[in-house]
Write a protein that binds this ligand. Structure first.
Ligand SMILES: CC(C)(COP(=O)(O)OP(=O)(O)OC[C@H]1O[C@@H](n2cnc3c(N)ncnc32)[C@H](O)[C@@H]1OP(=O)(O)O)[C@@H](O)C(=O)NCCC(=O)NCCS
Length: 144
């Protein structure tokens, strides 16, 4: 299993995973736009040329905002999510990112516990932030 930067060639598989996991998935064009932007980092976890997971972050000065975190549904609960986000945080730290923010659906216990294990602290709530279904966003931050 390897952790590496995402490339345009990965987008077919990434979008397939995205569509299967989210009610409001990013499109291939959306991924392409952010992937080719300055101040973003996109990574994948790959095994035998198959993408198992991906994540991304947008950065401004020494702060980062996590944009995507996803693990293919048939490979969840193996620790891949932890490995993925932990590796991205290390890459971010090496490029001078010392504060990382994210938002997560209030009811997404698995993701909230994962971020807590990685050192994120809850520090806000954005009411009815998500649609389909409508749900609050919990804001979390990690200083590193
Ligand atoms: C949230 C998400 C990224 C977590 O990824 P993951 O690879 O399942 O995460 P991990 O395996 O590191 O941890 C998940 C659980 O599996 C458990 N686990 C990890 N390795 C394990 C193993 N070898 N055996 C048994 N359980 C294990 C963890 O303890 C954790 O348990 P918990 O939920 O009770 O705390 C994934 O579920 C996902 O893609 N969900 C849909 C999209 C999503 O919600 N993205 C986040 C948006 S903010």
């Amino acid at each position: 299993m390897t952790f590496r930067e995402m490339s345009v060639e990965d987008l077919e598989q990434v979008v397939e995973i995205e569509k299967a996991l989210f009610s409001d998935p990013w499109t291939k064009e959306g991924f392409f736009t952010f992937l080719t932007k300055e101040n973003t980092m996109f990574f994948v976890v790959e095994e035998k040329e198959k993408i198992l997971a991906y994540c991304s972050m947008q950065t401004v000065l020494d702060e980062g905002d996590i944009l995507n975190v996803a693990v293919r549904s048939d490979r969840q609960k193996e620790g891949i999510g932890y490995f993925l986000v932990d590796s991205m945080l290390k890459m971010a730290e090496m490029s001078g990112i010392h504060i990382v923010h994210l938002e997560v659906r209030e009811g997404n216990g698995t993701a909230r516990r994962l971020y807590e294990r990685l050192g994120f602290k809850e520090d806000g709530l954005r009411r009815d932030y998500y649609t389909d279904p409508t749900e609050n966003a919990v804001l979390m931050t990690k200083m590193q």
